[in-house]
Each structure stands twice: as structure tokens, then as C-alpha cells.
Design a protein around this ligand. Structure first.
Ligand SMILES: Cc1cc2nc3c(=O)[nH]c(=O)nc-3n(C[C@H](O)[C@H](O)[C@H](O)COP(=O)(O)O)c2cc1C
Length: 218
């Protein structure tokens, strides 16, 4: 993908509003060999960690002796969603895996589907988004606005994107490739590529009715 296009997307991302105009985020753009190296590294870690989910004692022991598989995210990952949000997350998972023909109990197929995150879903470019820890949640908010504008710009150009929290589980796989300035933490990545006619690209996650998120109208 043309490097100029990525610069244009970043420029469009920067049209988003920001807390005191601080833009408390930075990006690292991975393409070509760097993208491939990070992908291979993340896949290796994921496959080593995925065994743990089987619950077998042997896999647990193996995990202990594979420190590269231990999650090393800059922010603690949410292990359990708040109870009232769980049904939404379960619903989208059920519908997506249903569309892909992955059975609920088929751990191997589910793990392989998740592993696609670490192939960046075949996209040639992954943009990693870092936020300044000094602005806390406000930095995350601004990065979200930036990311949304970037993704809309990509969409307007016929490109496809996917925000990926999954890649932040092992931030060291990204940090070893880039000189990330002090104070910046990896929050997620964004895969950018040309959408294919794969079944998954026809998936439409249901949107909530507005009433469900409206506290009141007085
Ligand atoms: C911050 C953020 C992180 C996300 N992380 C992932 C991810 O790691 N893997 C993935 O497949 N989708 C990820 N998503 C995509 C959401 O799952 C998706 O937006 C949601 O299910 C609605 O589907 P839609 O955007 O296709 O309509 C993420 C979205 C956001 C905003």
C-alpha cells in the first residue's frame, strides 16, 4: 500500500477534536518486513498461550516455562466484562462465529479464528496506536476520535479497517520494532487493507436501539 495513503489517513485522523488540542497519542506504522515480523512474533506468543485455555495441567506447566507467552500489555486486559455488558459481547461472538460456521465448543476453530488477529486479517498495514499515560482516560478518548476519523477516511477510499485490541496483549512485540517515546502506552492497533469478498466481511453486527443507551429525556 502506498505510504502516502497512510500519511493521508493519519492526517484525516488528526481532524478529530482533542482535549486542549493536545493530541495525546502517537502511531507506529508497520508494513512490509516489520509488519511480517510483528505478525510472526504475535502468532508465536498466541499459539503458546492458547494451549492454556484447554485447562490441561501439562499446558499450564508449559506456559510457565514460556515467558514470551505471558501477556505483557501496557494496560491490564479486561479479563471479565461487567455483568450487564456481557450479553452484548456474547451476542456478537455467537453471531460472528455462527456466520463463520465455528461451533461454540470447537476451541481449536475459535483459537484459529482469533489467531487471524495476529495475521492482521491479511491487511498489509497495521497502525499501532499509543496514548500518553499522563492524560489517562482523556487520552484514550482522543485516540478513539482520531482512530474513528482515520477509519472513516480509509472507508471513503474503498479500504477496509479493523480496530484490534488483541494486538495490545503483547506490547513488547511492537516495542522491540519501534522506538516508542517515554510515557506512551499501546492501546490497540488498526489493520488497514483492501477488503475481499470473504464471508466475514459481510457480517453486520447489530446496533442497539437508541433507547437502550439513553438514561433519560427530561
Ligand atoms: C477499541 C476496539 C478494539 C477492538 N478490538 C478488536 C479485536 O481485537 N479483534 C476484532 O476482531 N475486533 C475488534 N474490534 C471490533 C469490534 O469487535 C467491532 O467493532 C464490533 O463487534 C462491531 O462490529 P462492526 O464494527 O463490524 O460493526 C475492536 C473495536 C474497537 C473499537
Amino acid at each position: 500500500m502506498d505510504a502516502n495513503v497512510i500519511d493521508e489517513l493519519i492526517t484525516d485522523g488528526l481532524t478529530a477534536p482533542s482535549w486542549s488540542n493536545t493530541r495525546p497519542y502517537m502511531v507506529a506504522v508497520a508494513s512490509g518486513e516489520v509488519r511480517d515480523r510483528i505478525s510472526a512474533d504475535l502468532l508465536r506468543r498466541w499459539h503458546a498461550a492458547a494451549g492454556l485455555r484447554s485447562g490441561s495441567i501439562l499446558e499450564k506447566i508449559k506456559f510457565v516455562f514460556r515467558p514470551y507467552a505471558w501477556p505483557q500489555s501496557d494496560y491490564p486486559m479486561i479479563s471479565a466484562y461487567p455483568e450487564e455488558l456481557q450479553p452484548r459481547s456474547r451476542k456478537v461472538g455467537k453471531e460472528l462465529y455462527g456466520l463463520l460456521g465455528v461451533a461454540r465448543g470447537d476451541k481449536k476453530a475459535r483459537d484459529e479464528q482469533w489467531a487471524n488477529n495476529y495475521k492482521f486479517f491479511g491487511a498489509p498495514v497495521e497502525v499501532f496506536v499509543f496514548i500518553h499515560k499522563g492524560l489517562d482516560v482523556f487520552a484514550a478518548n482522543d485516540a478513539g476520535l482520531f482512530a474513528q476519523n482515520l477509519m472513516l477516511s480509509a472507508h471513503a477510499r474503498g479500504l477496509g479497517t479493523c480496530a484490534q485490541g488483541a494486538v495490545a496483549i503483547w506490547s513488547n512485540a511492537v516495542r522491540r520494532e519501534f522506538n516508542v517515546p517515554k510515557g506512551y502506552k499501546l492501546i490497540y492497533g488498526i489493520a488497514i487493507g483492501h477488503p475481499t469478498d470473504a464471508v466475514v466481511n459481510g457480517f453486520n453486527a447489530e446496533r442497539l436501539p437508541s433507547a437502550e443507551i439513553t438514561i433519560g429525556k427530561k
